[in-house]
Design a protein around this ligand. Structure first.
Ligand code: ZN
Ligand code: ZN
Length: 109
């Protein structure tokens, strides 16, 4: 069971989700990256985990490896003001339009 947070902005439609266990992945023999969160049967093959991040400067949503030693930066605007969606509190301002407090809904998969 994984727990997720879903954020939706009622002003601009920005939406994103983060998961407590992140996004486990592994590489197939072909070199292709495959995400296998619970309850996928190939979950036990996973060798790493990525998390979904949002950029507070421009609203981009992207993924960073949990094992990365340095704090990531936004691939779009290079801002380091980024936050893992799982750790973003309810009521945060929308990263894109800054106008509205985000409404948080919880999801379980
Ligand atoms: Zn950015
Ligand atoms: Zn917005």
């Amino acid at each position: 069971m994984a727990q997720g947070k879903n954020f939706n902005c009622s002003s601009c439609g920005w939406h994103a989700a983060g998961w407590d266990e992140g996004l486990p992945y592994y590489f197939k023999a072909s070199g292709e990256k495959r995400y296998a969160p619970h309850p996928y049967s190939d979950h036990h093959l996973c060798t790493g985990t990525e998390d979904d991040f949002a950029c507070r400067a421009c609203g981009a949503v992207f993924r960073l490896d949990r094992a990365a030693k340095e704090q990531g930066s936004c691939p779009d605007c290079e801002s380091t003001d980024v936050v893992a969606l799982w750790f973003m509190p309810d009521g945060s301002p929308c990263p894109r339009c800054k106008a509205d407090a985000l409404h948080l809904s919880r999801a379980i998969s």
